[in-house]
Write a protein that binds this ligand. Sequence first.
Ligand SMILES: [Zn+2]
Ligand SMILES: [Zn+2]
Length: 89
Amino acid sequence: MRNKFLIIGLAMGSIAFGQSDSTCVAITTKNISCKIKVNVDITNYCHHHNPDLVNVNRCNGISKSTNEQCKLKTKHESGLCHHHRPKND
Ligand SMILES: [Zn+2]
Ligand SMILES: [Zn+2]
């Protein structure tokens, strides 16, 4: 009997979760689609992948290890984080 209730509970939970929202459309660094739920009425991306949010105040420096744009955020007027700013600044 207990098991039956548990299954019903799980089913109801997933229905409630999947109502009007979907998952983020971005592909993660592991080459799998992001599973974070998003409200598709507002955006197709989660807060990790939304380009509007990701690039706000983002450092313009290039990471030496990955050759990709630095992922740190900065509010410095140079647009560079403390790693990428010249030391004498
Ligand atoms: Zn995402
Ligand atoms: Zn940086």
